[in-house]
Design a binder for this molecule. Structure first.
Ligand code: FES
Length: 146
């Protein structure tokens, strides 16, 4: 009887600690980290800027390059235009979407879903499409927004 009680208490305590750890994880990280496995990886509206004059972002000054920030894949698709989509694939919600320079498409490395630069699905894996975002370059400041 005593053993049973202490086991229950132990489990209760374990459950409590587990819940606490989860809360700390979500609270200390960005919203997108908490919703990695959902269909809305960025948690709603998006609006941020990147300074392309900094070394961290300067890759985007070259056509065909891309970078991933805030769970969003941002690609330079021409001298004057960019494309941005969520990194989370709608096939099985993996954060595996990249930009493929050779095809000019977004591509999921997990099972091969293909998307246009507007996020429209191009094959059966990508048929649900993915969220795309607007981009606007002013000087060296690139704004990404929904
Ligand atoms: S998770 Fe992207 S193709 Fe399957």
């Amino acid at each position: 009887m005593e053993n049973k009680l202490s086991r229950n208490q132990f489990l209760k305590e374990l459950g409590f600690k587990g819940a606490s750890l989860l809360a700390i994880y979500c609270g200390a990280s960005t919203l997108s980290s908490c919703t990695n496995e959902s269909n809305t990886p960025t948690g709603g509206s998006v609006d941020f800027t990147l300074d392309l004059s900094t070394s961290a972002n300067s890759g985007l000054n070259t056509v065909g390059n891309y970078l991933i920030t805030n769970r969003i894949v941002i690609a330079r698709i021409s001298e004057t235009t960019f494309a941005a989509v969520t990194q989370i694939c709608t096939h099985e919600n993996r954060a595996k979407v990249i930009y493929q320079k050779s095809s000019g498409e977004f591509y999921c490395t997990e099972h091969g879903a293909r998307y246009t630069t507007q996020g429209v699905g191009l094959n059966s894996e990508g048929k649900r499409g993915i969220t795309s975002y607007n981009t606007e370059l002013t000087g060296t400041t690139l704004r990404v927004f929904s």
